[in-house]
Design a binder for this molecule. Structure first.
Ligand SMILES: [Zn+2]
Ligand SMILES: [Zn+2]
Length: 146
């Protein structure tokens, strides 16, 4: 019984450990994003984001520093080490996206689709049968949040 409950808690934190997050619920979906913005924000050749409802997610002691470069997209980072923490997009209302690389157990949440495959780096080959959307997967993501 106890073990089951532990496994249901999702948690993670930034590189330096100053900021932690947790959720009592598993992400409602997980997606690769090959877009240039997510690449820059994460420093990785492709980002993988897990999607939560805003109210399910808690950052402690806070969410770090919010940065908006492009209108409609807000991202927060640890002010000490720079790890990406939360990303929110106006076209995905009520949802918060967290990079899978800061999860304590990323192995538990495999991606379900590829977003912005048209911007994928040519040398990056991911061999899977997941659906690949050339650009935004907003409809799919909004759908799976319901
Ligand atoms: Zn940090
Ligand atoms: Zn992206």
């Amino acid at each position: 019984m106890k073990k089951e409950k532990l496994e249901q808690t999702v948690s993670g934190g930034c590189y330096c450990g100053a900021i932690r997050f947790r959720s009592a619920k598993a992400p409602f979906t997980v997606s690769y994003c090959h877009c240039v913005d997510c690449r820059r924000a994460t420093g990785a050749p492709v980002a993988v984001f897990a999607a939560f409802k805003d109210e399910d997610l808690t950052f402690s002691p806070n969410e770090g520093k919010q940065v908006t470069v492009n209108t409609g997209a807000s991202r927060s980072f640890c002010p000490d080490c720079g790890s990406p923490l939360a990303s929110r997009f106006d076209y995905l209302p009520g949802q918060t996206y967290v990079a899978i690389g800061i999860f304590d157990h990323p192995e538990a949440f495999a991606p379900k689709l590829h977003s912005y495959d048209s911007q994928r780096i040519d040398w990056l080959h991911i061999d899977d049968d997941l659906e690949r959307l050339a650009t935004t997967s907003r409809d799919k993501l909004n759908e799976s949040s319901e």
